[in-house]
Write a protein that binds this ligand. Structure first.
Ligand SMILES: [Zn+2]
Ligand SMILES: [Zn+2]
Length: 381
């Protein structure tokens, strides 16, 4: 049954020319307002929450937004019906939620301050594993052209002996006797103001409601084994210092069946003795003898692709900039596109001259008629 859907812009309460930031803001506000956790059992809020998410999934994606602007709802009604759109975009959806409900900066952080979410229920809920950051050292050229690298990663692997339960083979987890499986304990204390009720996370089971009777000897009951692994990672051409390459699912294992976190390979690029890099462009300086600058000639210029014999024109001035198109760094964004290499030609004047060279140069100076080198000797003769 095709039901008439509200306009996505109307759903989020933004104008049709709203920028990405405005859309995100509107979404956060509404998602907070209609979130099922905030409106338990409210079917209307639940429907609104779905609607808001759907609108955001489209309007936050430039490509989908463009299609929506052009064709309206029809752009997404291809065969699968209303629900198809949702499922087809599970990845996007995960991103939105990761963003919203992640540990840092999640919008619910304000509502459920600290320990409040530490109920017995949430402690057993699936949790995504933590990300692992592993640095990788690259030479300038390796970063420019890409390479295969081995990185050493320390992480926790699920214990194979107990499959992560932490319980000794053949035994199982039992209900925590301290809290009777509630994960919390209520303490009554009598003070000057009467009886006080104090609710605490159970110290015995740390809120899970379950304890291990006999610990797994393989992992000492933690359920995890600390592992060091060497992993081969592909460094794409064009990475720069500080860029992290995401290896989805390469992080710490999740809790209670949650997915693994990601491995972030952080690129540390060594500086080059000659080349300076800015985005995809390369800059370098090449010294040329003043005679070559005056008379013209060939100089060798180092580029990322090897030496180039460059013809210096007669009468070249110092700080002349030449440009080698497409000899820079490959773009990470546009495949097959490379930046440029800019070379600064610096005319070098000799610091020491032999007697013959001095005489030859003086002869040259004499021909300049006062337009070239100073003629001190003449002045004082
Ligand atoms: Zn174990
Ligand atoms: Zn307990």
């Amino acid at each position: 049954m095709a039901e008439q859907k509200r306009d996505y812009y109307e759903v989020l309460g933004v104008s049709r020319d709203a920028d990405a930031e405005t859309i995100k803001k509107a979404f956060r506000t509404l998602a907070k307002k209609y979130h099922p956790d905030m409106n338990p059992g409210d079917k209307d809020a639940e429907a609104k929450f779905k609607e808001v998410n759907e609108a955001y999934a489209v309007l936050s994606d430039p490509e989908k937004r463009r299609k929506y602007d052009q064709f309206g709802q029809a752009a997404f009604d291809g065969g699968a019906g209303g629900g198809g759109f949702y499922e087809g975009n599970a990845a996007d959806f995960g991103d939105i939620f990761g963003d919203l409900f992640g540990n840092e900066g999640g919008i619910f952080g304000d509502f459920f301050g600290g320990g409040r979410r530490q109920s017995a229920q949430s402690a057993n809920a699936p949790q995504r594993g933590a990300n692992i950051t592993a640095p990788v050292n690259l030479t300038f050229e390796e970063a420019v052209f890409g390479c295969e690298k081995e990185v050493t990663v320390d992480y926790h692997e699920t214990c194979t002996a107990c499959h992560g339960t932490g319980a000794k083979n053949g035994t199982s987890q039992v209900t925590c006797p301290t809290c009777n499986g509630k994960g919390r304990i209520v303490q009554m204390s009598r003070g000057v103001f009467g009886t006080m009720q104090n609710i605490q996370t159970c110290p015995n089971c740390h809120g899970t409601g379950k304890i291990i009777k006999e610990r797994c000897p393989n992992c000492s009951g933690t359920g995890y084994i600390r592992t060091r692994k060497k992993l081969k990672v592909t460094i794409p051409a064009g990475v720069d210092n500080g860029i992290a390459i995401r290896n989805a699912g390469g992080g710490e294992p999740g809790l209670n069946g949650g997915p693994r976190g990601d491995l972030l390979v952080e690129c540390r690029v060594a500086p080059h003795p000659i080349f300076k890099r800015q985005d995809t462009n390369i800059y370098s300086s090449v010294a040329i003898p003043f005679t070559t600058a005056a008379l013209g000639g060939t100089v060798k210029i180092k580029t990322l692709d090897g030496d180039i014999d460059y013809d210096v024109k007669a009468g070249t001035q110092t700080d002349t900039r030449i440009q080698f198109r497409g000899r820079g760094v490959p773009s990470m964004r546009y495949k097959g596109v490379r930046g440029d290499h800019f070379v600064n030609l610096v005319v070098e004047v000799p610091k020491k001259l032999t007697k013959e060279q001095k005489e030859a140069l003086q002869k040259f100076a004499d021909t300049m008629n006062g337009t070239g080198a100073p003629r001190k000797k003449r002045l004082f003769q």
